[in-house]
Design a protein around this ligand. Structure first.
Ligand SMILES: NC(=O)c1ccc[n+]([C@@H]2O[C@H](COP(=O)([O-])OP(=O)(O)OC[C@H]3O[C@@H](n4cnc5c(N)ncnc54)[C@H](O)[C@@H]3O)[C@@H](O)[C@H]2O)c1
Length: 373
């Protein structure tokens, strides 16, 4: 099979679908890998590294799309890329189709087989191709929060780690899931005082088992959230109620009772944010101040570290890329119900129930198309 990797063309996207190490694995399984020249540069990967991994470099995206049986990307195909797709060609990438009717229409019209990273599931019921992005955002939230605490950024002028004879900063993490525990990992590493608040006893048990006495776990009831937020230097918003808007845990009124120069990092901004005063920001202009409290609300935090993100994403996607290449999309999707959950559009039909519902398009059960049991 021919696996193709075009250069990403969406604005500010610097990741790449396959790293050289992944390309080498795909080659070792007996497949051809075609990479558009310059495709890895944003992630700090050179053409020479792809060539050394056995990939064939081509000059244009047209050549990649024209010859690949399976196209591996990062972002949803842009309008110009969608025109290059052909019937029966497989596409494996983030799609986020539900709010994007134009893309859905083009993918249906293309006759291609579009498999979305974000809807692939694991036997544990998690979304394994989204997990690495939450891990990165969680770890990054402490880096960016620590920087925002500097005076020149409008922060309180507190060094999170403290030092001998001076108290460490207090970090309050709202939500003890993937983002929250990864934030706690970096915050405890710095020596900060760390509190993780959640509504799920199971999440708190997991957090306590992982961090022991280095982290205090507290039930996220309104009064307790307020008490800890008022004494925090840095608050991380990391809650998620799947399929729903993030709950607002910190209201505007509460800002006035926080420390002046404290910092709010709202990782949950992609679900509407868990602070009332949050609004999405960008890496180019990441912060603003309300009532003396610095807000950082970048909606695509992993985009700030594209090299790490590309490698982390590849670690998660490679097993599926190999399944698709080894068995062909039909065989791979028929054999693995979790990969099949990633199938959003298949040869002109919408095959994901939530995508069909959101776009008011007819839904086709992929099992009927694949002859799967
Ligand atoms: N900004 C970014 O770049 C970026 C990147 C990755 C993830 N995210 C977002 O971060 C958020 C968290 O993701 P995750 O992977 O950690 O999710 P997760 O499901 O692993 O964890 C969410 C946690 O929030 C808890 N929770 C739910 N309601 C709560 C409440 N009212 N009070 C306290 N805790 C509550 C849940 O019990 C769970 O433990 C999501 O909105 C995700 O989309 C953003």
């Amino acid at each position: 099979m021919r696996v193709g990797v075009p250069r990403e063309i969406k604005t500010h996207e610097h990741r790449v679908g396959l790293t050289p190490a992944s390309a080498r694995e795909v080659r070792a399984h007996g497949h051809e890998v075609i990479v558009e020249r310059g495709g890895g540069l944003g992630a700090g990967v050179t053409d020479a590294e792809y060539a050394a991994a056995g990939a064939r470099l081509v000059d244009t995206a047209d050549e990649v799309f024209a010859s690949a049986d399976l196209v591996v990307k990062v972002k949803e195909p842009q309008a110009i890329e969608r025109k290059k797709l052909r019937p029966g060609q497989a596409l494996f990438t983030f799609l986020h189709l539900a709010p994007d009717p134009d893309q859905a229409r083009d993918l249906v019209a293309s006759g291609a087989v579009a498999i979305a990273y974000e809807t692939v599931t694991s036997p544990q019921g998690t979304l394994p191709l989204l997990t690495p992005m939450s891990e990165i955002a969680g770890r990054m939230s402490i880096h960016v929060g620590a920087t925002c605490l500097e005076k020149s950024r409008g922060g309180r002028g507190t060094l999170l780690s403290g030092l001998p004879g001076v108290a460490a900063g207090k970090v309050v993490i709202l939500g003890g899931g993937v983002v929250g525990t990864n934030a706690a990992y970096v915050a405890t590493g710095l020596g900060a005082e760390v509190v993780v608040m959640d509504r799920s006893p199971e999440a708190m048990r997991r957090t306590a088992a992982q961090f022991g006495a280095r982290v205090k776990t507290v039930m996220a009831l309104g009064e307790l959230v307020a008490e800890h937020v008022f004494t925090a230097h840095l608050v991380i918003g990391a809650v998620l109620i799947p399929g729903a808007r993030a709950p607002r845990l910190v209201t505007r009124d509460m800002l006035g009772r926080m420390k002046q120069g404290a910092v709010l990092v709202d990782v949950a901004i992609d679900q509407g944010g868990c602070f009332e005063t949050s609004r999405p920001t960008t890496h180019a202009d990441p912060t603003y101040i309300v009532d003396g409290v610095v807000h950082y609300c970048v909606a695509n935090m992993p985009g700030g570290v594209p090299r790490t993100s590309a490698f982390a994403l590849n670690n998660a996607t490679l097993p599926y890329v190999l399944q698709l290449a080894d068995r062909g999309w039909k065989g791979a999707l028929a054999a693995d119900p979790h990969l099949r959950n990633g199938l959003n559009v298949c040869e002109g039909r919408v095959t994901h129930p939530q995508v069909a519902e959101a776009l008011r398009l007819p839904y086709t059960d992929p099992k009927t198309l694949l002859g799967a049991p």
